[in-house]
Write a protein of this length. Structure first.
Length: 236
C-alpha cells in the first residue's frame, strides 16, 4: 500500500486546520521555517504543500508578507433535505451550476434499481458542475425517470435547479432516502473538471431522493473536491 507523501500530509493537515476554524479567511499561516520545524521536514517539502494548496485556491502568497488563507472549505450538509443553492448560500458563498450535458438514454442496472425501473427503461440525465464563489467543488450527475418527467431536461436548461425543476413537474417536495459516501482518487476527467491534480482525494456520493409518497424521483452521483468541501451529515 502506497503511503501518503509527506507534503500531501502537511497540506491535508493545514486544510483541516482551516476547515475547523483555526485559521480564518485572510489569516497568515506560519512561515515556511516554522512549518518545517513543526513537521520535522525541510522547507522544500513545506513549499510543495503550500503550492498544492494554492492550486486548490485555499491559500495565496504575498511577496515579502507570507502565505494567507484565501478561503475556507465549503460547508455542505447532507440530510433529509439536500438543497444545493440554500446550503451554499448558508455557508456565505455564492452558489452556481454549470451544465455539462443533458441527455436521454437507457437506465443502467444501478439507476433502474434506485428509481424502481426496469433495466433499459428511458432516463433523463443532467451532468454538471457545482460551483461556490465561481470555484468548482463538485462534479454531479442527476438521473430522472423519463416517463414521469418527460420535460425535465428543458426545465433544467431554464432553471439549472433540480428543486425548481421538480416543482414544475408537480413534485412540491422531496427528501433524501439514502446516501452513500466513499473516498476515492480523482480520475483524469474528474481532475480536469474540478481543477485538481489527477489522483487528488475526492469524496464520491450516491444519493436517492423521493417524493412525499416515497417514490424515487432522482438518483444522483456527485464527486466532491475533497480539499474544498466539508460534508456534514444531518438528521434534518
Amino acid at each position: 500500500m502506497n503511503k501518503t507523501p509527506i507534503w500531501k500530509s502537511i497540506a491535508l493537515s493545514l486544510t483541516s486546520d482551516i476547515a475547523e476554524g483555526r485559521y480564518q479567511t485572510g489569516d497568515r499561516l506560519p512561515t515556511e521555517a516554522q512549518l518545517a520545524a513543526t513537521h520535522g521536514v525541510n522547507r522544500h517539502t513545506v513549499r510543495r504543500a503550500l503550492s498544492d494548496m494554492a492550486d486548490q485556491g485555499l491559500v495565496h502568497s504575498r511577496r515579502g508578507a507570507g502565505v494567507f488563507v484565501a478561503t475556507r472549505p465549503t460547508e455542505y450538509p447532507i440530510g433529509k433535505r439536500v438543497r444545493y443553492h440554500k446550503s451554499i448560500s448558508a455557508s456565505g458563498k455564492m452558489p452556481g451550476k454549470k451544465i455539462l450535458a443533458l441527455t436521454t438514454r437507457a437506465a443502467d442496472e444501478a439507476e433502474a434499481e434506485a428509481l424502481g425501473l426496469d433495466t433499459g427503461d428511458t432516463v433523463h440525465v443532467y451532468d454538471g458542475l457545482s460551483l461556490a464563489d465561481g470555484q468548482p467543488i463538485g462534479l454531479f450527475q442527476s438521473v430522472f425517470p423519463a416517463k414521469r418527467f418527460p420535460d425535465i431536461l428543458q426545465i433544467l436548461t431554464e432553471t439549472q435547479s433540480v428543486t425548481k425543476a421538480l416543482q414544475r413537474c408537480d413534485v412540491p417536495d422531496y427528501t433524501r432516502i439514502s446516501t452513500r459516501l466513499t473516498a476515492r482518487a480523482a480520475t483524469a476527467t474528474q481532475a480536469l473538471h474540478l481543477h485538481l491534480p489527477e489522483g487528488a482525494p475526492v469524496l464520491f456520493s450516491i444519493g436517492i431522493n423521493a417524493d412525499p409518497e416515497g417514490n424515487p424521483v432522482e438518483y444522483g452521483r456527485t464527486t466532491f473536491a475533497g480539499e474544498r468541501v466539508t460534508l456534514t451529515l444531518n438528521e434534518d
